[in-house]
Design a binder for this molecule. Structure first.
Ligand SMILES: [Zn+2]
Length: 288
């Protein structure tokens, strides 16, 4: 079964395939016809037929090489973007597509909004690394969706292999979730970790980083992230830092404790020596 469409009914799958085929082919056909038309009229310059363009962009090996009126330039492929706006792909800095990308790697809901890169594993919650107990819990709680996903990986690298297996329509920046790692090592407890447990969590961070994680994330407003002290997070961040890791945090408060929560994120970045990205940075409503 093709995992990209196995969540759809037969009718839904047919409609999706027809629509995607249309999207993939229609622009290419239009471009080919414009070029053919220009050549028939005896004008074989690559700019023929595009006099109204405000700007043209020349690409070399996927990168913008020149912008302006590219008079007389030649190109292997010409794309007619008249009436359209050229924009860089958007980065979704706070995505929770961790468990949907393996099922639907086309990610149409993001791609059609212009998103080309997703940062996943946010808020302390990643799909890997997981223990057998976590796998059983995910399979139980996610019901039929969990069964489709399978959760047939343990390590971070195995999860990334699952993402790579069919290819993805978007780029992915995967993070290892501190909450996921804490649960794997300690179970769902509010207790402070023993030195051995700190070492075990650090080993999990190191392995995830070595297998492809871009950093770690925390979700400090809900358990088990809320059980972790600043020092506990610094201990993990210190392992990510020398491996070029980032620290992404759903900070510990948005109301009266907003500034303290922001200060904590900055402290972790300073003490561990790594860049910090803050999420859920907002001061909500009036105090009651
Ligand atoms: Zn969050």
């Amino acid at each position: 079964m093709d995992p990209r469409t196995d969540y759809l009914t037969d009718e839904g799958r047919q409609r999706l395939e027809a629509e995607l085929h249309h999207l993939r082919t229609v622009r290419r056909v239009e471009i080919a016809e414009r070029i053919r038309e220009a050549k028939r009229e005896g004008d074989v310059s690559e700019n023929a037929g595009y006099e109204d363009a405000k700007h043209e962009q020349g690409f070399v090996e996927g990168r913008i090489a020149e912008i302006g009126r590219l008079e007389g330039a030649t190109a292997g492929e010409v794309i007619d973007a008249q009436g359209l706006v050229a924009a860089p792909g958007l980065i979704d800095m706070h995505s929770h597509s961790d468990s949907t990308l393996p099922i639907n790697p086309l990610a149409e809901s993001k791609v059609r909004q212009g998103v080309t890169t997703e940062v996943i594993g946010m808020c302390g919650s990643s799909t890997a690394p997981i223990s057998e107990a976590q796998r059983a819990e995910h399979l139980r709680s996610a019901g039929s969706a969990g069964a489709i996903l399978g959760w047939a990986w343990s390590s971070f690298g195995e999860y990334l292999d699952r993402l790579r297996a069919k290819g993805l329509a978007v780029n992915v920046v995967p993070l290892a979730g501190q909450g996921t790692i804490r649960n794997k090592v300690m179970g769902h407890t509010a207790a402070a970790p023993t030195p051995d447990q700190v070492a075990a969590m650090q080993a999990e961070v190191a392995q995830a980083m070595d297998e492809g994680a871009w950093g770690i994330s925390t979700g400090l407003i809900y358990p088990p992230g809320s059980y972790a002290t600043t020092a506990e997070i610094v201990d993990l961040a210190k392992v990510a830092a020398p491996r070029g890791g980032f620290y992404f945090s759903h900070i510990r408060g948005e109301g009266p404790t907003l500034l303290a929560a922001l200060a904590e994120a900055i402290t972790i970045g300073q003490e561990a020596g790594l860049p910090v990205q803050v999420a859920h940075y907002k001061a909500y409503g009036k105090s009651n």
